[in-house]
Write a protein that binds this ligand. Structure first.
Ligand code: EPZ
Length: 424
């Protein structure tokens, strides 16, 4: 297990490039299973979750060659149609193979993922969608079994108790590409990863309209062909870097990003007093003064992303007032709060709202990441904390941030990775 050792208090300056989006890469890799032949993805981030998905595709029988940000997939005429517990428990996004396998082969067996550090995260909406398309879905021995000789287009409403679902929207959209007839997905998630996956599917020959809006229409086709596709930049890495620059009162230009995908983050940071100039594929962030507190509730896109809640909280720990950040999407996404408090932050939870009383400075301490974004938030806090912060369980961060310590070091941070032997 690795940890980061950070000597905080150095402002970040310079330029940095954002990697391809993990959350676009995972569905894109699954989407390639819909067509036999060779598909090529570029701008693929070399992060743990992508490597896990690669392992799953290999187990299903696909050939995968990766290097230099490209992934070449050779998808055979026949695939194994089962995603085992051993992989699904490591990464819930393994669920993305359900739709493509069911649509192409008429059956899929995918382990139920079980619990997760940020909430219960059920998959009922995915299953509701597949059933609406005519699949018979049963749960046996911890596995979801879905079968349908031929999926049929249908009207599907994917609203859940916590609002829309990114994963269910993409999964049902992928399945519908090969269904007979027209599918209309209502209450669809509008996240950029949905539109990006639809773009890949369209390049494969799928007929999709409205991806990126609440209503998506899919006209099923008989078969899809392989395609080449470049992944969109990671909007959460972009936002995380913006927070890192702001907390160190630095000035950095972030390149190869999509400013239009981080509109809500830009808006909130501007309200906090961060200067932001957005151009074509780049954003310059400058923060020289103490930040102002903000009040914000996370919301599905185009709202402020839940995946940026922890990083914003880290930033607000040193604001000049009292901030309030409400989590609305995941019921348990505040595991970083006690860890931030170990760094001298003053955060208390009132239900699903974190009340953050800004302190003049954080002080370094050993802390522990509990999930991907919590780990990023602790790194961000550590960059500003006086003295040394050690962030352990960095494997969480490695799931979704490519070369983060190298990127931050290039911007002037004192951060290094230390290999920690497992306790005996
Ligand atoms: C995606 O997860 C992202 N993961 C998450 O990013 C992100 O936090 C989340 O969307 C919300 O934006 C990937 O893209 C791989 P949802 P997903 O289905 O699709 C409930 C990160 O840090 N729900 O949109 O799994 C669910 O419990 C990760 O990169 C159901 O009730 O999330 C949640 O409350 C973490 N039933 C809400 O909907 C379902 O069948 C939204 O979840 C599915 C979801």
């Amino acid at each position: 297990m690795d940890k980061f050792v950070i000597d905080g208090g150095r402002e970040l300056t310079g330029t940095v490039r954002v990697s391809g989006a993990k959350n676009a890469a995972l569905p894109a890799l699954a989407a390639c299973l819909l067509a036999p032949g060779r598909s090529v993805l570029s701008n693929v981030p070399n992060v743990m979750d992508v490597r896990t998905m690669r392992r799953l595709l290999l187990r299903l029988g696909a050939g995968v060659v990766s290097g230099d940000g490209r992934m070449t997939l050779d998808v055979p005429a026949a695939l194994k149609c089962e995603a085992e517990y051993e992989i699904v428990k490591q990464m819930r996004a393994s669920y993305y193979v359900l739709g493509p396998l069911l649509a192409r082969f008429g059956r899929a067996r995918v382990s139920l993922p079980g619990g997760c550090a940020i909430g219960a995260r059920p998959v009922d909406l995915h299953l509701r969608g597949m059933e609406a398309l005519g699949a018979r879905v049963t749960i046996v021995h911890g596995y979801v079994q879905a079968e349908a000789r031929q999926l049929r287009g249908a009207r599907v409403n994917l609203a859940g108790p916590h609002g829309v679902s990114v994963g269910a929207t993409i999964n049902v959209m992928m399945a519908a590409t090969l269904a007979r007839g027209a599918t209309v997905i209502e209450s669809a998630a509008m996240e950029p990863e949905v539109a990006a996956t639809a773009e890949l599917l369209a390049a494969m020959g799928a007929r999709i309209e409205g991806a990126g809006t609440p209503v998506i229409s899919v006209e099923g086709v008989d078969g899809l062909r392989p395609a080449e596709h470049r992944l969109v930049p990671d909007r959460i890495e972009t936002g995380s870097l913006m927070a890192a620059v702001a907390i160190t009162r630095g000035c950095v230009t972030i390149e190869d990003c999509r400013p239009d995908h981080v509109g809500a983050v830009i808006d909130v940071l501007r309200r906090a007093g961060v200067k932001i100039a957005a151009g074509d594929g780049m954003i310059t962030v400058e923060a020289r003064r103490r930040l102002r507190p903000v009040e914000i509730a996370v919301a599905p896109y185009p709202g402020f992303p839940t995946d940026m809640q922890a990083q914003l909280l880290a930033l607000m720990t040193v604001s000049g007032g009292i901030a309030a950040v409400t989590e609305t999407i995941f019921e348990n996404r505040f595991m970083h709060v006690p860890e931030l408090n170990r760094l001298g932050a003053d955060i208390r939870l009132e239900g699903n709202t974190a009340i953050v009383r800004g302190v003049p400075a954080l002080t370094g301490a050993p802390v522990m990441g509990s999930d991907l974004r919590a780990a990023a938030a602790l790194v961000i806090a550590g960059l500003a904390a006086q003295g040394r912060t050690e962030v352990s369980r960095i494997y969480h961060l490695d799931r979704g941030y490519e070369n983060w310590e190298r990127k931050l070091r290039k911007l002037g941070a004192r951060i290094r990775r230390v290999h920690q032997p497992m306790p005996a």
